[in-house]
Design a protein around this ligand. Structure first.
Ligand SMILES: *Cc1c(COP(=O)(O)O)cnc(C)c1O
Length: 417
C-alpha cells in the first residue's frame, strides 16, 4: 500500500478527525519558524504578527535561549520540587530583580499562576485581614480573561466560556473595567483582592481610562484590599515597559506572569509578591509537579536576560508607535472598514466595522497573503509580533494588510453598486 505523503490537507484532517473541537484554527500548517518568520508544510513564508498570544516575544527559537535549553538538557530537566536545583534559585533571584517583588512562586501555565493568586488572596484575606474563611470575595472586571480553569471561567462574563460548565463556586464580584464607581459599589467588607488586567487583551486590547489605576491603587490601600495585576500577556516588555503597571505610575501588591516568561519554548508562569503577602503559603499548602522545573527555569532565566541585554523592552515602545501609526494610515485609506486602531507597545487591536465584515474574514485573507494574526471576538484583529521585529518586516506586514483591506473595500463597493 502506498502511503500518501502528508500535506496541508492531511495534517488539518488529522487534527479535525482526532482532536476535540475546542479550537477553530486558521488553515496554516506550521512546519518550522525562525525569529519573526514562520513556514508552512508547503514552504510558504509568513510574518508572525501574533507570536502565540505574546508567548514568543523573543522571536521563535532565539539562539541564546535554545542554547541555554540544550545546555540544561545535557544535565537534568525535571526533578520536581522535592529537591533543590541549580537553575530555580537564579531564576527567582532574577525575577525579584526585574519585578521588584521579594518572592516568586513558579507554576507552568498562566491559568495556574492565576489560581495561585486566587488562593493566596483568599488565605491572606482570612489570615491577615481577618475575613471569616469561606466569605472572602475577589473583585474582577467585566470582560476579563484570566484563563480557562473551571474556577476562572466561573467569573468570566463571556457566555461562550461558561455555558454548560457550571456549577461555579462563587466568591467573585464584577465591576465595569475602568470604572471606580462601579468597583466601589461591588466591594464589601469581605473583599480581599481586586484581580485585574492592566490592558484587557482578549476583550479586544482595551486600555484603561487615564488615572484609573492610580485611583484603584489608592482605594485598595485605604481598604486593605490586595491589588493583583495579571500581566500574563501584558508583562515582560510587550507594552514598551517591563510591566504595564509602570505606565500607570503604580505598584500592585502582586503580579502574575506567564506566556513570554517561557521565552517561546516552554510553559512557565509565576506569581510574584512581597513576603507580607507570600508568607501565607506554607509547605504543602500549594504546589505543582512541574512548576519551576530545572529546564523551564533555565529557559526562563535566559529569556529574561535576553530581554534585558538585547534591548527588546527598551525598543518596543518606539516600534509599537511606528506600527500603530502605519496601521492608522491604512485606516484612513479604507474608511469605514476600520473603526479603531489602538494599543500600547507592540500590542495592537484593529477594530473592524461589523457592517463591513468580520475580523476573522480579514485574518484569513492576511494568512493567505503571508501574515499571521488572530481575531478576538467578531471585530478585533490583534497584532502582537515578536519584540525582535524589524522596521522592514513591519513595513512588509503593513503593505500586505493594506492590500487585503483595499481588496475588501473593492468587494464591498462592487456589492453596493
Ligand atoms: C493567556 C492568559 C492567561 C492564561 O494563560 P494560559 O497559559 O493560557 O493558562 C491568563 N491571563 C491573561 C491575561 C492571559 O492573557
Amino acid at each position: 500500500m502506498d502511503a500518501q505523503p502528508d500535506n496541508t490537507e492531511s495534517f488539518i484532517a488529522k487534527e479535525a478527525r482526532y482532536g476535540a473541537r475546542n479550537y477553530a484554527p486558521v488553515r496554516v500548517v506550521v512546519d518550522h519558524a525562525k525569529d519573526c518568520l514562520v513556514w508552512d508544510v508547503d514552504g510558504r513564508e509568513y510574518i508572525d504578527m501574533m507570536s502565540a498570544y505574546s508567548s514568543v516575544s523573543h522571536g521563535h527559537l532565539h539562539p541564546r535561549i535554545v542554547a541555554a535549553a540544550h545546555r540544561q538538557l545535557e544535565k537534568v530537566a525535571v526533578t520536581s520540587r522535592a529537591y533543590y536545583g541549580t537553575t530555580l534559585g537564579p531564576l527567582l533571584e532574577k525575577l525579584s530583580e526585574v519585578t521588584g517583588f521579594e518572592r516568586a512562586l513558579p507554576m507552568n501555565t498562566g491559568a495556574e499562576a492565576v489560581e495561585t493568586a486566587i488562593k493566596c488572596a483568599r488565605r491572606w484575606g482570612h489570615r491577615i485581614k481577618g475575613i471569616p474563611d469561606g466569605r472572602q470575595r475577589i473583585l474582577v472586571a467585566r470582560g476579563n480573561f484570566h484563563g480557562r480553569t473551571s474556577t476562572i471561567i466561573g467569573f468570566s462574563s463571556e457566555q461562550e466560556y461558561r455555558s454548560g460548565f457550571g456549577p461555579f463556586d462563587g466568591g467573585f464580584q464584577h465591576f465595569d473595567y475602568g470604572d471606580m464607581r462601579s468597583l466601589k459599589a461591588a466591594a464589601t467588607q469581605d473583599t480581599c483582592a481586586v484581580l485585574v488586567e492592566p490592558i484587557q487583551g482578549e476583550a479586544g486590547v482595551v486600555l484603561p481610562p487615564p488615572g484609573f489605576f492610580r485611583e484603584l491603587r489608592a482605594w485598595c490601600t485605604e481598604n486593605k484590599v490586595l491589588l493583583i495585576d495579571d500581566e500574563v500577556q501584558a508583562g515582560l516588555g510587550r507594552t514598551g515597559k517591563w510591566f504595564a503597571f509602570q505606565h500607570e505610575g503604580i505598584r500592585p501588591d502582586a503580579l502574575i506572569l506567564g506566556k513570554a516568561l517561557g521565552a517561546g519554548l516552554l510553559p512557565v508562569s509565576a506569581f510574584c509578591a512581597d513576603d507580607a503577602v507570600m508568607q501565607v503559603f506554607s509547605p504543602n499548602s500549594h504546589g505543582s509537579t512541574f512548576g519551576g522545573n530545572a529546564l523551564a527555569a533555565a529557559v526562563a532565566l535566559e529569556g529574561l536576560k535576553v530581554l534585558e541585554e538585547e534591548g527588546l523592552v527598551a525598543n518596543c515602545a518606539a516600534k509599537g508607535d511606528y506600527l500603530i501609526q502605519r496601521l492608522r494610515e491604512v485606516q484612513a485609506e479604507v474608511r469605514p472598514l476600520i473603526r479603531d486602531v489602538r494599543g500600547r507597545g507592540l500590542w495592537i487591536g484593529v477594530d473592524i466595522e461589523p457592517s463591513c465584515t468580520t475580523a476573522r474574514d480579514l485574518v484569513e485573507r492576511l494568512a493567505a497573503n503571508g501574515v499571521l494574526s488572530k481575531e478576538t471576538h467578531d471585530t478585533v484583529i490583534r497584532f502582537a509580533p515578536p519584540l525582535t521585529i524589524t522596521t522592514e518586516l513591519m513595513d512588509r506586514a503593513v503593505e500586505i494588510f493594506r492590500r487585503v483591506c483595499h481588496e475588501k473595500q473593492r468587494e464591498l463597493e462592487a456589492v453596493s453598486t
